[in-house]
Design a protein around this ligand. Structure first.
Ligand code: EPZ
Length: 427
């Protein structure tokens, strides 16, 4: 397994290109299942999860062709064609590696009339059930059966009729599954209490480009007039707001000055407001979002929430940054029940953090000290890299396959702005 080694203490300065959004890519890829025509996705990030999803689609009979990008380019152009589906089964050994595989359920049952997907296991940040996905598809007319660790969704003769989905709690993935299925229902569907993450608007805009009829994009009520079929399209993946926020924290924790090229500022309001409250200067420039932190960091009280609230995917990164603030911060994680796996690892670097139920009290310390630490999940691993960038001495982060799921060419981007960082392969 690969490791990352960082010799910390360098202020970062310069330009970081922001890649296409992982969480948009993972819901745009299954859109290919909704049509027999080619769907071309541009600005697709080079990520392990994107590759895994491509392999899953190949198993279902989707052809994928990557073109255009030179190795040194960021992002890729991928054309996906699901002319004839070879299978409607997403097997356990694929789903267990990537929870987002569940996002083939809605498109498959809408297009092919049936879909069988392995139940995703839990993961490091909680058990993450799929009950909301299944209830949504039932509301659209699918019959749901659970057996032997798989879920099977079946449409009635003639296809899914559509219906009224009312989510009791907000779910990004379940909203995405429902929206993709509703696009091909026979009638009109309403999705209430829909998640409003920007990646869902990206999905809706891609579906509209494919001929779907969707009202209320960006709101918690989506009205979808189902179409008999959708056509192909060419669509560009939106920039990754969480990657951009992560590099903003890299500027903040090192007292640096970074320009984040292509950062989707309009989708980052909550995290940018938090950075400003912490004393970080954020400003929009021609080349991108400038993040400058030369005057130290103030403590914060933060609570994660569905968009447009403070994103749960930024909690670990902000925690790393706040370990060096001039006082005590309180972070509360309201979305996942176990998203503090980074705390014991940060503590090994000298951070002073007390977890109390869903909240963590982070008392600022004078400095962090490099150590050997272990990544446990995607965003936790980024928080350890951030801490390593600021720590005195050498930090070694193991199990960085977690990082490769969500950050395109991380070491390259950080080295280019002054970090002393390298990847060591045990292979
Ligand atoms: C998406 O996960 C993102 N993943 C996550 O990003 C992100 O943290 C999450 O949304 C919240 O914003 C992708 O988009 C691929 P949810 P998802 O359904 O869809 C519970 C990252 O780091 N729930 O909104 O799985 C669930 O357990 C990843 O990039 C149910 O109870 O999140 C959680 O507590 C991590 N039943 C809460 O809802 C369900 O059927 C929110 O989950 C579904 C979810």
């Amino acid at each position: 397994m690969d490791r990352i080694v960082i010799n910390g203490g360098h202020r970062l300065s310069g330009f970081v290109p922001i890649s296409g959004a992982k969480n948009a890519a993972l819901t745009l890829l299954p859109c290919a299942l909704l049509t027999a025509e080619p769907l071309t996705l541009r600005n697709l990030p080079r990520l392990a999860d994107v590759d895994s999803f491509g392999h899953l689609l190949n198993e279902l009979g989707v052809s994928t062709a990557v073109a255009g990008a030179k190795p040194e380019d960021y992002g890729r152009v991928m054309t996906l064609t699901a002319a004839d589906l070879a299978s409607t089964v997403a097997p356990y050994d694929v789903v267990r590696k990537m929870r987002a595989s569940i996002l083939v359920l809605g498109p498959l049952v809408a297009r092919a009339g049936e879909a069988t997907v392995s139940l995703p296991g839990g993961c490091a940040i909680g058990n993450r059930p799929i009950d909301l996905h299944l209830k949504a598809l039932e509301a659209l007319g699918a019959e749901i059966e659970l057996a032997a660790g798989y879920v099977k969704a079946t449409a009635p003769e003639g296809g899914l009729p559509g219906g009224h989905v009312i989510f009791p709690t907000v779910s990004v993935g379940a909203t995405e599954n429902a929206l993709m299925a509703a696009a091909l229902c026979r009638g009109t569907s309403i999705i209430d209490n829909a998640a409003r993450e920007p990646e869902i608007s990206d999905l809706a805009n891609c579906l509209v480009a494919m001929g779907a009829k969707i009202d209320g994009i960006g709101s918690e009520r989506l009205v979808v007039e189902g179409q008999a079929s959708l056509h192909g399209a060419t669509y560009s993946v939106m920039p990754d707001r969480i990657e951009a926020g992560s590099y903003a924290c890299a500027a903040a924790i090192t007292g640096g000055d970074l320009v984040l090229g292509g950062a989707p500022v309009a989708e980052m309001a909550a995290m940018l407001a938090a950075l400003a409250e912490a004393g970080v200067t954020v400003s929009e420039e021609a080349k991108g979002l400038r993040v400058c932190a030369t005057d130290g960091l103030k403590p914060l009280t933060l609570s994660t929430a569905p968009h447009p609230g403070f994103p749960t995917d930024m909690q670990a990164q902000f925690m790393a940054m706040l370990t060096l603030a001039s006082g005590a911060s309180v972070l509360t994680e309201t979305i996942f029940e176990n998203r503090y796996m980074h705390v014991p690892e940060l503590a090994r670097m000298g951070a002073d953090i007390q977890v109390r139920g869903r909240s963590a009290v982070v008392k600022g310390v004078e400095g962090l000290v490099g150590a050997q630490v272990m990544a446990t999940d995607l965003r936790a691993s980024m928080s350890l890299v951030l801490a390593g960038l600021a720590a005195e001495g050498r930090t070694e982060v193991s199990r960085i396959y977690h990082l490769d799921r969500g950050y395109e060419r991380l070491e390259e981007k950080l080295r280019a702005v002054g970090a002393d960082i390298e990847r060591l392969s045990d292979g």
